[in-house]
Design a protein around this ligand. Structure first.
Ligand code: HEM
Length: 430
């Protein structure tokens, strides 16, 4: 497997010996080994980001959590505190590389992930009401219903007895759930799936082709829904926006819809597929779960740690000089939190390489950073965990004899920086 062949970022790999680029094939092919080696080099390692700009890679559990809690690190790449000239701020450089037209740039900057307090707090409060534990629990029967319906139809998709579980279960489940929650019409969902894939590819051509119609589509959706508000999240955001209080701008509303739909399915789909592959290749753990379905919540914690789909957070920037584990991070420097190495840090876990569904004590908060940490901790974590529990539980109940459809070493990964995902998950339903 090589670095993304069509990506202009790949050209930078290897330009700075000793400073690994996140596009490095060694990191893309096996991030666990690659970032694991960096973790043992030190808690803070010099690296390169996609456009070849320097970045500090933070590799160990404690230091990753420390930075994510530390308000001296900010998310907004254009924050004046960083001291960057406007034309040289990191976001401008990245959007230049991606070739995004000027009028669309605010939609990238408008993401909640690029906000810091107090704006971040304002925005997060507006949407977190839709994601309370209570609301998510109320959704569970519907999630189960969707899972049951998809699983019942799996045999129809079999070719020579083999079904791609990503295509027919791991994607459709979370995209249906998040689209119903937000209020995206059913007919539009296949289009969203394609847009999501294009955006996450980080290939300028695909991104440049899909981003403009996607933004226009959301504006259109908002115009239509405004005439017939319901109780979905889209209607709630429109009400908040139109409330006159200036609590939510146009760009913020559109970007929030985009973020929720994409973050809501592009990640969860790969928790389901990575987790299923992990269970099918660890028969002892699979049996534990089959014998005791009450283990599901703890199993999801461990699968998130062991094969979570997000390898690293969004970049953070030092708003002032900071000493981090003996390294001076200068004001304006970019920092990347490597979740995948933190989740295997032997300073924090006993025998970290072992998949152990009983590792996390019952009833305790999760003990991993797969959903991030601190102010930007994943807004959809409760929903994602519930979808994981339903997906694994229902899959094992419907198809207890399911096996991999290819030899484990033939499972292909998509070499995407920052993401850990299979290209397909062929299974035999048994
Ligand atoms: C933030 C992972 C599912 C919405 C994050 C972050 C991570 C993450 C690591 C923090 C990024 C950072 O600090 O830079 C995941 C994983 C998921 C998942 C692994 C599935 C297994 C979801 C779902 C939703 C969602 C289902 C929506 C319903 C968000 C949003 C943020 C976020 C809106 C930004 C929060 C903020 O900036 O305050 N996610 N996520 N995620 N996630 Fe998730």
């Amino acid at each position: 497997m090589s670095a993304l062949p069509t990506s202009p970022f790949a050209a930078h790999v290897g330009k700075h010996p000793g400073e690994p680029n996140v596009m490095d094939p060694a990191l893309l092919t096996d991030p666990f080994a690659g970032y694991g080696a960096l973790r043992e080099q030190g808690p803070v390692v010099r690296g390169r980001f996609m456009d070849d700009s320097p970045v500090w890679l933070v590799t160990r559990f404690e230091e990753v959590r420390q930075v994510l809690r530390d308000q001296r690190f900010v998310n907004n790449p254009a924050a004046p505190a960083l001291g960057h000239a406007a034309e040289d701020n990191p976001l401008t450089r990245l959007t230049d590389m991606l070739g995004l037209p000027e009028h669309l740039r605010p939609y990238l900057l408008g993401s909640i992930l690029n906000y810091d307090a107090p704006d971040h707090t304002r925005l997060r409060r507006l949407v977190s009401r839709a994601f309370t534990a209570r609301k998510i629990t109320d959704l569970r029967p519907r999630v189960e219903q969707i899972a049951d319906a998809l699983l019942a139809r799996l045999p129809e998709h079999a070719e020579d007895g083999v079904v791609d579980l990503i295509q027919h279960f791991a994607y459709p489940l979370p995209i249906t759930v998040i689209c119903e929650l937000v209020g995206i019409p059913e007919a539009d969902r296949p289009q969203w799936r394609k847009w999501g894939a294009d955006l996450i590819s980080m290939e300028p051509d695909r991104l440049g082709t899909s981003f403009p119609p996607m933004i226009e589509h959301i504006h259109q959706l908002v115009r239509e829904r405004r005439g017939a508000l319901t109780d979905d999240l889209l209607s709630e955001l429109i009400r908040t926006h139109d409330d006159d209080g200036g609590r939510l701008s146009d760009v913020e509303m559109v970007t929030m819809i985009l973020t929720l739909v994409l973050a809501g399915h592009e990640t969860t789909a790969h928790l389901i597929s990575n987790g299923t592959a992990a269970l099918l290749t660890h028969p002892d753990q699979l049996r534990l779960l089959q014998d005791d379905p009450a283990l599901l919540p703890r199993a999801v914690h461990e699968l998130m740690r062991w094969c979570g789909p997000v390898q690293m957070t969004q970049l953070r920037y030092a708003a002032t000089d900071v000493d981090l584990a003996g390294t001076t991070i200068r004001r304006g420097d970019a920092v990347q939190l490597i979740l995948v190495s933190a989740n295997f840090d032997p300073r924090h876990y006993t025998d970290p390489d072992r998949l152990d569904l009983t590792r996390h004590p019952a009833g305790r908060a999760e003990n991993h950073v797969g959903f991030g940490h601190g102010a930007h901790y994943c807004l959809g974590a409760t929903l994602a965990k519930q979808e994981g529990e339903v997906a694994f539980g229902k899959l094992l109940a419907h198809y207890p004899k399911m096996t991999l459809g290819v030899a484990p070493e033939r499972l292909e990964r998509t070499p995407l920086p920052g993401n850990w995902r299979l290209a397909a998950l062929p299974v035999r339903l048994g």
